[in-house]
Design a protein around this ligand. Structure first.
Ligand SMILES: Cc1cc2nc3c(=O)[nH]c(=O)nc-3n(C[C@H](O)[C@H](O)[C@H](O)COP(=O)(O)OP(=O)(O)OC[C@H]3O[C@@H](n4cnc5c(N)ncnc54)[C@H](O)[C@@H]3O)c2cc1C
Length: 528
């Protein structure tokens, strides 16, 4: 049989792409190398009676159109918004930002009235900038390497979105995509712990200094989503992130998609400059009119398709694609809710105070030091940590009274110095992270009854995420929009006829948004 489309990888983008193509009557085969679907959006039982999202753990970016078009609610998806946006712990106290803006204002004003006023202004600006970014994210970028005629539609669309924006808002866009998150926040605020809280979002999956140009974009990337219509809010998928990909898989299968697991694609069937199908590691061959890669660009190119089968300029650029996010991920099973003495300062229950993102990133210099230490030693003795306790709003994850904690830590190098290896070091790094939380929560370690640790090497090996990069490649200005993954291949069409990229290595990049998969399906349908 010759399928209309073969998709390499059953991550959430591969499944999204499959669902859209099948809804248009295309025959689709999805091939996944692991024994489960979901890629980085996966729930696993990591300790008896305790389950949690293994990799990605909070949801905001998932586009409402994907939820609606693929009927994900019908297939079991429920997303719950959290009450707390964030709680940041520091040695001189903590900062709570509740979801309601006026309540955050009150909390910031305890530190600085000027910062509280500016926070309201910045919130309005980010809301306005997101209104420009969302349509840009939902549409294919123009391809700088294609003929002007073929790109008129995309170029006009981009010009229309930017042209229609308030001129003042365009200046904010220009700042946010070019400035460092450190410089940007220094312009607005004087309170270190507030700047640390916001700069954390610019450091997630972004292994560079917070003073590096264009890191403010990563802050924006983390606020342009929404939960149940609320901009910038984050929530939990009931049952963990795997419930998103389970719903996507069920939706795709209901539209006729075939999904095969334990099916690693190892080669491409090329005929001159056209792709006719793929070959599995087992030698089986499958044929199709088009092939869509949901896997990392450097797995598609260099591994599945050899470099000498690529045009010279493209080959040089894709070899230079940067991919290392410096992320370390732990799940803990806890016998009880940990106690944080600093929370006594609030007249609110710990269950509410802790149900958002809890950070140990109390200032921009703290984040900068973690980055500099990582360059020298592999990771810092004072690591950047975010932890969430999803069992506070989802009782399906842990036995009654017990909890699960997701810890997501930044600036842990994929490649360690001095011949150190993650196989030897990962328990030591995990212990340091746990000790750091213990400083703010005496007795924390005694509550731990189970662990799941994913070092950058584990992330790379389990998910084929090159360099352990959680976004399939750095979200820097030179790897965004028309330049993602590289100049000349920025609108899902790769330089081999019939070959497309529809994973996080394509516009608009990483995060559980479904947009690379959806936009790629649109490109395929236009061409078919
Ligand atoms: C630790 C971690 C934490 C994160 N936290 C968040 C978060 O909280 N919120 C958020 O929005 N985003 C988060 N992210 C980012 C987000 O999860 C990813 O950007 C996104 O899930 C990637 O989706 P994808 O479908 O593009 O690719 P993937 O999920 O990587 O899926 C690609 C699939 O392709 C398969 N594959 C690879 N090679 C082959 C091959 N040769 N043959 C067949 N199959 C192959 C892989 O096994 C995988 O299933 C996180 C990521 C990680 C790793």
């Amino acid at each position: 049989m010759v399928y209309d489309a073969i998709i390499i990888g059953a991550g959430h983008n591969g499944l999204t792409c499959a669902g859209y193509l099948a809804q248009k009557g295309k025959s689709v085969l999805v091939l996944e190398r692991r024994d489960v679907v979901g890629g980085a959006a996966l729930t696993s039982e990591f300790s008896p009676g305790f389950k949690n999202s293994e990799f990605s753990y909070v949801v905001s970016l998932l586009d409402p159109s994907v939820i609606k078009d693929l009927e994900l609610a019908k297939y079991g998806l429920q997303i719950k918004q959290r009450d707390g946006a964030s709680m940041t712990f520091g040695s001189h106290g903590c900062l709570w930002l509740p979801s309601k803006l006026e309540k955050s204002y009150e909390q910031i004003a305890r530190h600085s009235k000027k910062d509280a006023d500016n926070y309201l202004k910045l919130d309005e600006i980010l809301e306005g900038v997101c209104k420009i970014f969302r349509p840009l994210a939902r549409n294919a970028p123009f391809d700088v390497g294609a003929s002007l005629f073929s790109q008129i539609g995309n170029a006009v669309n981009t010009g229309w979105i930017l042209g229609n924006a308030e001129p003042e808002m365009r200046t904010h866009v220009a700042e946010l995509i070019t400035k460092s998150v450190g410089n940007y926040l220094d312009q607005w605020f004087e309170t270190d712990i507030l700047k640390g809280t916001l700069a954390y979002s610019g450091s997630v999956g972004n292994f560079v200094s917070p003073n590096h140009p264009s890191t403010a974009y990563v802050l924006l990337h983390h606020v342009f989503g929404q939960v149940n219509g609320k901009t910038g809010a984050w929530g939990h998928a009931h049952g963990g992130m795997g419930s998103i990909t389970q719903a996507l898989a069920k939706s795709a299968q209901a539209s006729g998609v075939t999904i095969k697991t334990d099916a690693e694609v190892a080669g491409a069937l090329l005929n001159e400059n056209k792709i006719d199908g793929v070959r599995l590691a087992t030698g089986e061959e499958y044929r199709s009119k088009v092939v869509i890669a949901n896997c990392h660009p450097n797995i598609l190119f260099g591994n599945i398709i050899k470099y000498d089968e690529l045009p010279e300029d493209f080959c040089r650029r894709i070899k230079g694609y940067r991919s290392e996010s410096g992320s370390f991920r732990i799940n803990l099973a806890l016998s009880d809710l940990p106690k944080f003495p600093q929370l006594k300062a609030f007249d609110v229950s710990s269950e509410i105070l802790l149900n958002g993102s809890n950070n140990i990133a109390p200032s921009i210099p703290y984040i900068e030091k973690a980055y500099q230490d990582a360059l020298e030693f592999g990771w810092s003795k004072e690591p950047v940590i975010e932890f969430c306790i999803p069992s506070l709003i989802d009782d399906s994850l842990a036995p009654t009274g017990a909890h699960v904690m997701s810890l997501f830590c930044q600036h842990f190098r994929r490649y360690l110095p001095n011949s150190m290896s993650w196989a030897d070091e990962k328990d030591r790094a995990a212990d340091l992270i746990i000790d750091t939380v213990e400083k703010y929560s005496p007795g924390f370690q005694k509550l731990i009854v189970g662990k799941q640790i994913n070092s950058p090497l584990d992330i790379e090996e389990k998910l084929n995420m090159v360099g352990g990069d959680i976004f399939h490649g750095a979200l820097h200005l030179d790897q965004l929009y028309s330049m993602r993954p590289v100049a000349g291949a920025g609108n899902y069409r790769m330089p081999i006829s019939g070959l497309y990229l529809g994973g996080s290595g394509a516009h608009p990049g990483g995060g559980v948004s479904g947009l690379p998969g959806k936009n790629c399906a649109n490109a395929v349908l236009q061409d078919m």
